[in-house]
Design a protein around this ligand. Sequence first.
Ligand code: SF4
Length: 356
Amino acid sequence: MKTNDETTDLKSATLRTPAQLAAAGLIGADDIKKIADVASTFDIAISPHMQTLIDADDPADPIAAQFVPRDAELSCSPEELEDPIGDHAHTPTPGIVHRYPDRVLLKPVHACAVYCRFCFRREMLGSGAEALDEDSLERALDYIDSQAGIWEVILTGGDPLIMSPRRIVRIMRRLESIGHVGVVRFHTRVPVVAPDLIDDSLIGALRIKKATFGVLHTNHVHELSNDARQACAKLVDAGIPMLSQTVLLNGVNADAQSLQALFRALVEMRIKPYYLHHGDLARGTRHFRTSIAAGQELMRSLRGHVSGLCQPQYVLDIPGGHGKVPIGPQYLTELHDANYAVCDFRGNSHHYRDSI
Ligand code: SF4
């Protein structure tokens, strides 16, 4: 099983301390003290595979920007929150977030192979929050069983694919046995940050007699190494449709060229871009956020210029746990009595009369 030599290797070779970052040339020796202050609040983890993709000589490297901590994380704006999307307000039992009527999040693990510096759950993850204990997991599964309206279960965390195949099988089999659950979806960064973990035993654990979808979290085309592409291909070839989720991040992908390259590469990998998230109000992440107007302009720059297959929905998770809403640019303006002005992708306005 994989809890297992590969996972052990991943843990032992992962950079977790400021001193290790300095030894790897990712921060200067003079920065160790201030990065230690960051690490005392937000855990650090850069997996071996991600280390190989960082160009330490490029101060604007989009991989380093996502994983190497910076002292900007010590500045928290008043509007930033410990629980920016309001998970706690919708947690009926540990490990469950029940925000929408027909679906729940199931969070069996509170750790990841990497710790992204912009993560919206950064204060719920890492040391001291390793996993749901067995009793709590059982209660979470019982909750799903007891709620007939739950059609979809979304495994997230933390990253569910760092669990052992044995634990994944146990959860998937139980979900398979619940009649009203029609779909299981897992959200993961593992295929890009630790692609070796995607092996036959893990894929076997994910396959059940219910529709299973994977959502890959990825933010820049540089993450899509050959190993990552092969790992994703194994999942798709195993009959697991894949979607993707990207966070719009200053210093990583907040330009039309980066987004186009990422979304085209994903479609070529048979992964449909699903969501482009506006940055959440997580503490110490202000330097990553763009304005909504800038995000809308980027979405407008994609429309018509790249295939419709490459267009994710631009969304905002409303702080306080009120759910996700589309915030993309509008192309239709009502003039009067079913008469509209419609804007094409070149910015030209056309009159349209609704006739039914
Ligand atoms: S992998 Fe996901 S949950 Fe884990 S730190 Fe990154 S964004 Fe957060």
